[in-house]
Design a protein around this ligand. Structure first.
Ligand SMILES: *Cc1c(COP(=O)(O)O)cnc(C)c1O
Length: 811
């Protein structure tokens, strides 16, 4: 039955009454949101059930995407969109005098991720459902997501992200599908039924409760599942043993220690810090996830030795790589398979994505800690390692090679190596990144297992990042080339034919202006700062990290400012620079950089002598919902990482899809973006891959040389510590030290000149409106290849071996 506006209105009124005993006229926005949310979930539930039934009945191969992070953002808007009822709903609410956009703003972001990696997982879920791949997410239901950022006095202050405080309308708690996860204890070997068995005793049992969220495909009846696990004590609230002995406090302590496993997301995306709670989190969701997959598989009455024909499991970075050992445990200890059979199934089942070459992010666990927390898993890792080392030795007869490639060495367990040995596929996330993995970081493994390595360039869902976030641009595209691009984003290329068409260009211009005016109002309301919608909106939003070089951006702005001060008639298009970035709470230099941006912003925004030609806005609390607001109004996208350091980037693709011109180093997926759009339609600057590698190898970079030979650099660096920024001279002394005394690890000063030229080039290009719009249209037209629908199609064909299936509705 097709939903009508009248039906929706009736349903809404009834739901509001059932939930809150209220009429529409006296209900709050919060209740309206919660009502609409539960209604939308109900509209999806039949499709959800149907999808599950048909997957089971047809024995289709299922994919499980294991990830510590899912940076989902809000779901109301994207669920309405994917169900195809946005307009209907907007009109129905309008009849009640309710603005749907305002209701959407009530929803808290599901911020269960740090940045790119977690957002990729969310885009992949959307694409799997939308192109009809039977694929599900598996992760942790953190009580607190990534911290909320406030800027106070220019400094970042972190506030706990209590995203569940109003409940969560999208999830379903499934207590009947709980699993038990065991930590600590002792393992002994016993001989039973003619075979060696492993007995695990004195362990701590933790209950894993799944919460399922529907993942709704775009107008296709498919609803997949995101299953997130929450930790509870087995005996419900208390350790009854302690409780009955009168040790009340101890019982409560135990409850809190168990619950802490799923309490909070680790807020650092670039450093593996070896904390035991993190290892607990990893094993917790991986074990629960695998147990539930096996339980479901066995219900289908298929034999366990064909598991890999029906199940593919993807490991998103090394965080879930302990799954390799856990699946071995389940197959060998619980399902009684031989080691060799189990290992064949395990490697056929798993595929691993590497997300970074930065050494500090490579996870390793001290043997002692690992062994104590996971005694049986440790034995299995040892056995996998022992057999693997024999193979390396057979091939190379070289103890050094064995040492270099061993999973366990120098007192540590190397999780990336476990993932590679235990998977049939290892992929990097952009061409350049995969090349570097093969030739450098993982060269030993590439030589040993060349057939495992492949590239899958990241992507973004064009539904959230264009259709939903930029409705005006989407409508124009549909008016111009029809709506086929929505199902097939590669069709966006059809607007290329209009790139020189003056009337089309003009419409593109008007839409960008309209988005920019909306955002100027947002800035005025939230920051009390007036910005000029006719200025160039120049945007760098992403995590704050030295390698992403927000410092280079701010130095570029300072240089422009000093030029304006010495020549107030300098002929430039006014620019508004936007930053948005969270720093990991323990990342000192990143936090100082935030303070520097805010300090420079205060100085420049309040200097009337430059006639408002530059403004700087630091956007608080960069998140998915903020990204959806700022990206559609960007003219310029800053993708300026030190070449070789950004594995792919996905922010870069979102901006391209919304018509921004990218200022970029040839790093990560910027390389492919440049190839797709053509080098005339992107502004490339800076060191090339080989320059960086040579300088790092030969240690021939001396930042002081750039300081001494370029007066602009000297002026900027000196001003950091001489009080001219109107803060104490000590405020940025450590940034100064990092760049000069400590030799500027990410080559900010070396790329400075080239960057200034790139920014000047942008100014020149923007002055020629026709040319600029032609470039902008080319970017939109060529962005379709970066839809995650394409990425997922490749994962599905080349890694998972899964088919698309069409879900039929029965009545
Ligand atoms: C896309 C996205 C990112 C990743 O941005 P990069 O520029 O690729 O680092 C991080 N955070 C949020 C909220 C995003 O939407």
């Amino acid at each position: 039955m097709k939903l009508t506006k009248e039906q929706l209105k009736t349903d809404f009124k009834k739901k509001l009454m059932n939930l809150y005993a209220e009429r529409v006229s006296e209900s709050s926005k919060l209740h309206q949101y919660l009502t609409l949310g539960s209604l939308v979930k109900e509209y999806a539930s039949e499709k959800w059930m149907n999808t599950n039934i048909q997957y089971t009945k047809k024995h289709v191969k299922q994919v499980y995407y294991f990830s510590m992070e899912f940076l989902i953002g809000r779901l109301l808007g994207s669920n309405l969109l994917n169900l195809g009822i946005t307009d209907l709903c907007s009109e129905a609410l309008h009849d009640f005098g309710i603005d749907l956009n305002e209701i959407e703003e009530v929803e808290n972001d599901a911020g269960l991720g740090n940045g790119g990696l977690g957002r990729l997982a969310a885009c992949f879920l959307d694409s799997m459902a939308s192109i009809g791949i039977p694929g599900h997410g598996c992760g942790i239901r953190y009580d607190y997501g990534l911290f909320e950022q406030k800027i106070i006095n220019g400094y970042q202050v972190e506030i706990p992200d209590n995203w569940l405080k109003h409940g969560n309308v999208w999830e379903v708690r499934k207590e009947d599908k709980a699993a038990v996860v065991k930590f600590g204890g002792k393992v002994s070997t016993v001989f039973e039924d003619n075979k060696l068995c492993f007995k695990h005793e004195d362990y701590e049992a933790v209950l894993a409760i799944p919460y399922d969220t529907p993942v709704i495909g775009y107008e296709n009846n498919t609803v997949n599942t995101l299953r997130l696990w929450s930790a509870e004590t087995v005996d419900k609230d208390f350790d009854l043993d302690s409780f009955s002995k009168g040790e009340y406090t101890k019982a409560v302590e135990h409850k809190y220690s168990v619950q802490s496993i799923s309490q909070v997301l680790y807020p650092d995306d670039t450093r593996a810090d070896g904390k035991i709670l993190r290892l607990k989190q990893q094993y917790f969701f991986v074990s629960a996830g695998l147990q539930s997959i096996i339980r479901r598989y066995k219900k289908s009455n298929l034999p366990i030795n064909r598991f890999d024909e029906f199940i593919a499991i993807h490991i998103n970075d090394t965080h879930p790589s302990i799954a390799v050992a856990e699946l071995m445990r389940l197959l060998v200890d619980e399902e009684n398979l031989s080691w060799d059979d189990a290992f064949k199934i395990t490697t056929n089942t798993f595929a691993y994505t590497n997300h970074t070459i930065m050494s500090e992010a490579l996870e390793k666990w001290p043997i002692e800690m690992f062994k104590k927390l996971l005694p049986r898993i440790f034995m299995i890792v040892e056995e996998i390692d022992r057999r693997f080392c024999i193979e390396i030795n057979e091939k190379y007869n070289d103890p050094q090679k064995v040492h270099d490639m061993a999973i366990i060495s120098d007192g540590n367990i190397k999780m990336a190596y476990l993932a590679i040995v235990g998977s049939h596929s290892v992929n990097g996330v952009a061409k350049l990144h995969t090349e570097i993995l093969k030739s450098r970081e993982l060269n030993n493994f590439y030589n040993f297992y060349p057939y495992k390595f492949n590239n899958k360039t990241n992507g973004i869902t064009h539904r959230r990042w264009l259709l939903k976030s930029n409705p005006k641009l989407s409508s124009l595209i549909t008016e111009t080339i029809g709506n086929k691009w929505i199902h097939d984003p590669n069709k966006l290329i059809d607007i290329l034919a209009f790139s020189k068409n003056a009337s089309f260009q003009n419409k593109i211009y008007e839409i960008k202006q309209s988005n920019k005016i909306d955002f100027a109002n947002h800035v005025k309301d939230n920051y009390g700062i007036i910005i000029d919608p006719n200025s160039i909106y120049d945007v760098q939003v992403k995590r704050l990290h030295a390698y992403k070089r927000q410092l280079l951006n701010i130095f570029g702005i300072l240089d422009l400012y000093y030029r304006l001060k010495s020549n107030p008639n300098l002929d430039i298009v006014p620019r508004t620079f936007f930053f948005g970035a969270k720093a990991a709470p323990g990342y000192y230099l990143a936090k100082r950089t935030i303070k520097l941006i805010n300090t420079v912003a205060d100085k420049i925004n309040n200097d009337s002598s430059i006639n408002g030609k530059i403004k700087i806005i630091f956007l608080e609390n960069y998140s998915v919902s903020l990204a959806e607001k700022i990206i559609p109004c960007a003219d310029v996208s800053e993708q300026i990482s030190t070449t070789t350091k950004e594995a792919s980037g996905t922010g870069n693709m979102k901006f391209m899809m919304n018509g921004a011109i990218t200022v970029a180093t040839l790093d990560g997926a910027n390389v492919e973006m440049s190839e797709a759009v053509g080098e005339n339609n992107i502004v490339i600057f800076g060191m090339k891959k080989d320059d960086v590698i040579d300088l790092e190898k030969n240690k021939t970079y001396h930042s002081i040389d750039y300081y001494n030979s370029d007066s602009r650099i000297k002026f900027i660096i000196d001003n950091l510590i001489n009080g001219s920024l109107d803060v104490p001279t000590s405020e940025f002394a450590d940034i100064h030290k990092y760049l000069i005394a400590n030799n500027d690890e990410y080559f900010v000063l070396k790329d400075f000149d080239s960057y200034i030229n790139a920014e000047n080039k942008i100014d020149g290009l923007y002055k020629n409106r026709g040319k600029w719009l032609e470039m902008s249209i080319s970017n939109i037209a060529h962005s379709g290849v970066f839809s995650s629908d394409n990425t997922i199609e490749q994962y599905s064909k080349e890694i998972w071996n899964t088919d698309r299936i069409t879900i039929n509705m029965h009545h």
